[in-house]
Design a protein. Structure first.
Length: 239
């Protein structure tokens, strides 16, 4: 997959990492970038093509796929968090997380799969998280949804391989964006993460691990719960 000359669509493109993806795509030579948002009037990147899309609304997704029939590169970035605690949050908060990150990502991918196939295969990036692999009780809803989205991403990669569509997962910890405004620890620059992700796509990577925390957690997967949750055994939590 080459970014230069591609026609891309980024969801959640009106702020944060999504906006940085739009900017990075133009810097890398994309021919056209659709900037998807629930309110396209909030898209501020010059030369981007604003497009209305609510990934939790099937009709909105279908309309976007019809409007953007020339897309060769889909970046499923749109997301949110309810900060659903595993013990105290209403179940509706968990449902909201899954509607957005799991079913929303799946709806976009299914709607645009035939578009990408007709246009030569192209690529999909799904913005996941270090929380795909490890969790904390205070945001268990988000982590559970990201873990399920990781599984969906792997299934899409296998299912779309025959039509030549590359599927790349971006895993990253905290970003310096509005969503992580309350986090006091280190945060990654979303512009840097966007550029690194595009580099990974061009290199044919199945996964992009965007920071040291994510790399450390990914490496701990083979160590089981003792490696992923050292705080249960007297150690310091990974995240």
């Amino acid at each position: 997959m080459k970014v230069q000359g591609s026609v891309a669509l980024v969801t959640g493109a009106n702020r944060g990492l999504g906006e940085q993806f739009v900017r990075a795509l133009f810097e890398a030579g994309a021919a056209k970038v659709y900037a998807g948002a629930r309110d396209p009037a909030k898209v501020s990147v010059p030369d981007a093509v604003p497009i209305a899309v609510d990934i939790t609304d099937q009709e909105s997704v279908r309309a976007a796929a019809e409007q953007a029939g020339d897309v060769t590169f889909l970046i499923n970035n749109a997301g949110s968090t309810t900060r659903a605690n595993v013990l105290t949050a209403e179940l509706d908060a968990f449902r909201s997380e899954f509607e957005t990150h799991v079913l929303g990502t799946l709806a976009m991918s299914r709607a645009f799969a035939p578009v990408l196939g007709r246009n030569g295969g192209g690529a999909i990036v799904n913005v996941l998280s270090v929380m795909s692999w490890v969790t904390v009780p205070r945001t268990a809803g988000y982590a559970a949804a990201k873990s399920a989205e990781w599984s969906i991403t792997n299934a899409l990669r296998v299912a779309l391989a025959e039509q030549g569509t590359q599927v790349t997962a971006l895993h990253v910890s905290y970003l310096a964006t509005e969503m992580a405004a309350a986090v006091t620890g280190p945060k990654e620059d979303p512009a840097t993460v966007a550029r690194a992700t595009l580099d990974g796509v061009e290199a044919g990577a199945d996964e992009v691990l965007a920071d040291d925390v994510t790399k450390r957690v990914r490496a701990a997967l083979s160590g089981g719960t003792e490696a992923l949750f050292p705080q249960l055994h007297g150690g310091e939590a990974l995240v």
